[in-house]
Design a protein around this ligand. Structure first.
Ligand SMILES: [Zn+2]
Length: 231
């Protein structure tokens, strides 16, 4: 009787929505496909990833990273990359890598976007970066980390992988460098992926605070190979 009762139908509907929404809204949940959350290394190494650029503070970040011997990966927005291709070129020239953080960064709607829009967001940024760098990125990070059932198929068709993180600090909202470092450091371990953002007044001091604290603990910043990535 239960499956035919109206309440049973609502329960099934609610459950099925929950089964889609949970892995969509929980960034590192793996139900819809692999989300890279760390990398394999025998050494005290971590991967610094920086989202939302290229922004006006890019050169200051690059100078600071050079002074500290840090290599990082910038997950950039396609629209900004096209507007500031010289900043993307400088990221690469100074030994960093660039990856795809969508074309327009629709933070509020990416998670509920239909397949064609998901594909356009991924493809648009790929095209922008390919035009600037001559190479198509292999890595994608979804806006605010949310993905839906259409993201993995779109990535798989392009030979790309979805990159999550080990440690984040909600530094789009939190602005105190000490608090940001305090959110990152407890999750520090070999192979950790750290995500922070650029483009805000506190971005550079926060990055420097985290980098110096990570160095004090004996870790180096590296960019892993594809083969080292783990879900
Ligand atoms: Zn972002």
């Amino acid at each position: 009787m239960w499956p035919h009762s109206p309440l049973g139908g609502i329960a099934v509907l609610a459950l099925s929505h929950a089964l889609i929404l949970y892995p969509t809204l929980r960034p590192n949940v793996q139900w819809l496909g692999d989300v890279i959350t760390h990398f394999d290394t025998p050494r005290k190494e971590v991967w610094l990833t920086i989202d939302d650029g290229p922004t006006d503070d890019t050169r200051a970040l690059l100078d600071s990273f050079a002074a500290r011997g840090v290599k990082a990966t910038f997950f950039v927005k396609g629209t900004l990359a096209s507007q500031h291709r010289e900043l993307v070129e400088e990221m690469l020239a100074r030994g960093h890598s660039v990856a795809n953080h969508s074309e327009t960064h629709p933070a509020g709607s990416f998670w509920c976007s239909p397949p064609a829009r998901i594909a356009n967001e991924i493809e648009g940024c790929n095209r922008a970066l390919a035009e600037i760098t001559g190479a198509t990125p292999r890595w994608f990070r979804a806006p605010v980390g949310m993905k839906n059932p259409f993201v993995h198929p779109a990535l798989a068709r392009r030979g790309m992988r979805l990159i999550g993180w080990t440690a984040r600090a909600f530094d789009a909202v939190v602005s105190d460098p000490e608090e940001i470092a305090a959110r990152i450091l407890p999750r520090l371990r070999p192979g950790a992926i750290i995500v922070l953002h650029q483009g805000r007044a506190h971005s550079l001091p926060s990055l420097e605070r985290v980098i110096d604290a990570v160095h004090e603990r004996g870790y180096a910043f590296v960019i892993p190979d594809d083969a080292q990535l783990r879900a």
